[in-house]
Design a binder for this molecule. Structure first.
Ligand code: NFE
Length: 471
C-alpha cells in the first residue's frame, strides 16, 4: 500500500520552528517525526558567565515563558549558594509565576487552539480563518460567541502580564525574581492593582474560558479518543508550600499507572536522532553537555530526547492534573485542552488565597557570596510542564549550565532505542479524513502547547518558511 508523506514545516500558531512529518497509509498515520528546526545555543552562551547573572540570561531563552526560566535559575542558584528565600519573597514570586501561567494558558487556549475549532471571522486578514480549509462544526450563533471571546481574551491575557510586571518589574523577562526572594517592595498600590487584575481574570476564566472549552469539547468529542500518548507522566510541584492557604499539587512520576516521587538522577538526554553529540549519544545534565553537530547522520531535530528511567514521558497541565488526581477523564488531545482550562481555574483559586497572605513589605536583599565550586538544580512548574535548570559553578564562574524545558519531553525525537517522543506517539494511529487538509495533525500537536524556542535552546536556511507537501 502506497504511503503518503505529509510535512508541515513550520507548524503555525506555536512558538518556534517545529517540523511535523507523518506518513499516512489507508488514511491513518502510521509514522510521525517531530523536529525542532532551529539551533539557538543558549547553553554555549551561559558558560563562563557570572553565576548571579544567570537568572537574567536564562530568562532570555524564551519570550513566552521567561518568568519560569528566571525562577528556575534563581532556585538553582539558591541551592548552590545555600540560601533560603524569605517567606514573603516566595509568595510574591509564586504569584508572579502564577501570572505567567495564566497569561500562557489563556493565550494558548484562545489564540492558538480556538482557530482549530472556531471560525474566527475577525477584522484582520491575519485573524480570519478560512472556512473552506477547516472542519468547523459550531452552529452559527455559538461560533459567533466564541469568535467574540477570542478577541475578548486578548486584553485579559495582556493584563496577566501587566500584573506580572507590577510584581516583578517588567514582562516578558522580568528582573524582580532573584536569590533570596524578589527585589520588589510591595506597597498597597501594587497590591490593589494586582488584586483587581486577578479578580478580572478569575471571573473571565469562570464565565468565559471554562464554558467555551466545554462547548468545543462537546462538538469535537472524537478528540477525547484521538491523540493519546504513552500515559507516562512527570509533574513538578506547583503551589505546594505548607504555608499556602490553598495548594495544588506536590507532583511526582506516573509510569504504568504507578505513582512515585520524582528522582532527577533517572533523567538522561538521548541524542541519537538529535544534532548533538555526547559519549554513547547520552547527555547527563550538567555533567556531559551535548555538543552541537549540524551534520550528524540520521539526526532530524535540534531538540534532545529526555528520558526518565529510559522511558518517554509526557509533561504539562494534563500530567499535573492526572498526578494530582484532579483529572482522570482520559489522556487524549481534548483531555489536554480541557485539563489546561481546568488548571487555569485552579491557578486563579490558589492565587486568590496567596494574594491574601502577601505582605506589604520591602524586599529582603543582601550581598551574596559565590562559592568556588557548587552545584544547584532548579525545578519549576512552567506553563508547558516541568522545567529544569542544572547549574555547575567552578572557580566562582558558571562552568556548565543545562536546561531541560518541558517541550523537550513532549516534542522529543526518537531516543537511542528508536522509541518515539510523546507527541510523535500521539500522532500515530490517527485517522485523517482529508489527506489534503489534515486538520487532525494541528489539533493534536497544539494540544501539547509546544514551544520550540525553549526546546531547541542560528536558524538554518535549509528550510522554507512554510511547506505542506503531499507526495
Ligand atoms: Ni518557550 Fe517554556 C514553558 C519553558 S517550554 S515556553 O512553559 O520552560 O518548553
Amino acid at each position: 500500500m502506497a504511503r503518503t508523506e505529509v510535512i508541515i514545516d513550520p507548524v503555525s500558531r506555536i512558538s518556534g520552528l517545529l517540523d511535523i512529518s507523518v506518513e499516512i497509509e489507508n488514511n491513518v498515520i502510521v509514522e510521525a517525526r517531530s523536529g525542532g528546526m532551529q539551533f539557538r545555543g543558549f547553553e554555549e552562551m551561559f558558560r563562563g558567565r557570572l553565576p548571579l547573572d544567570m537568572p537574567y540570561l536564562t530568562a532570555r531563552t524564551c519570550g513566552i515563558c521567561s518568568t519560569h526560566h528566571e525562577l528556575a535559575s534563581t532556585l538553582a542558584l539558591e541551592q548552590a549558594l545555600g540560601v533560603t528565600p524569605s517567606v514573603n519573597g516566595m509568595v510574591v514570586r509564586e504569584l508572579a509565576n502564577g501570572f505567567e501561567l495564566l497569561q500562557n494558558h489563556i493565550r494558548q487556549i484562545f489564540q492558538f487552539v480556538f482557530p482549530d475549532y472556531v471560525n474566527i471571522e475577525g477584522i484582520s486578514p491575519l485573524q480570519k480563518t478560512n472556512p473552506e480549509s477547516g472542519d468547523y462544526r459550531l452552529p452559527r450563533d455559538i461560533n459567533a460567541k466564541l469568535a467574540n471571546d477570542y478577541f475578548a481574551s486578548i486584553p485579559i491575557s495582556r493584563k496577566a502580564h501587566t500584573a506580572l510586571a507590577v510584581l516583578a518589574g517588567k514582562a516578558p523577562h522580568p528582573h524582580g525574581i532573584f536569590v533570596g526572594g524578589v527585589t520588589t517592595n510591595v506597597t498597597i498600590k501594587q497590591f490593589s492593582e494586582v488584586k483587581s487584575i486577578l479578580n478580572e481574570i478569575t471571573d473571565f476564566v469562570k464565565d468565559v474560558l471554562i464554558p467555551d472549552v466545554n462547548i468545543i469539547a462537546s462538538y469535537y468529542s472524537e478528540y477525547y479518543e484521538l491523540g493519546t500518548s504513552y500515559r507516562n507522566f512527570i509533574s513538578e510541584p506547583l503551589f505546594a508550600e505548607d504555608n499556602f492557604p490553598v495548594t495544588y499539587t506536590v507532583g511526582g512520576v506516573m509510569i504504568d499507572g504507578q505513582l512515585s516521587p520524582l528522582d532527577v538522577n533517572f533523567i538522561t538526554e538521548n541524542l541519537r536522532y538529535s544534532w548533538f553529540n555526547a559519549p554513547n549519544d547520552t547527555a547527563v545534565p550538567a555533567e556531559t553537555p551535548p555538543a552541537p553537530d549540524a551534520d550528524k547522520a540520521g539526526a532530524y531535530s535540534w531538540v534532545t530526547a529526555p528520558r526518565y528511567q529510559g522511558l518517554p514521558v509526557e509533561v504539562g497541565p494534563l500530567a499535573r492534573m492526572y498526578i494530582s488526581g484532579v483529572y482522570t477523564r482520559g489522556t487524549a488531545a481534548m483531555d489536554r485542552n480541557v485539563a489546561r482550562a481546568l488548571e487555569t481555574q485552579i491557578i486563579c483559586n490558589v492565587m486568590q488565597g496567596l494574594i491574601e497572605i502577601m505582605q506589604l513589605a520591602p524586599a529582603v536583599q543582601r550581598q551574596w557570596t559565590i562559592p568556588q565550586s557548587a552545584r544547584g538544580i532548579g525545578i519549576v512548574a512552567a506553563s508547558r510542564g516541568i522545567l529544569m535548570h542544572f547549574l555547575e559553578i567552578e572557580n566562582g564562574i558558571t562552568k556548565n549550565y543545562s536546561l531541560i524545558p518541558p517541550s523537550n519531553w513532549n516534542m522529543s525525537p526518537r531516543d537511542n532505542n528508536g522509541v518515539r517522543g510523546a507527541a510523535e506517539e500521539a500522532l500515530v494511529g490517527t485517522p485523517i479524513q482529508d489527506i489534503r487538509n489534515p486538520v487532525e495533525i494541528g489539533r493534536i500537536i497544539r494540544s501539547f502547547d509546544p514551544c520550540l524556542n525553549c526546546a531547541a535552546h542560528v536558524t538554518s536556511d535549509r528550510y522554507s518558511p512554510l511547506t505542506i507537501r503531499i507526495i
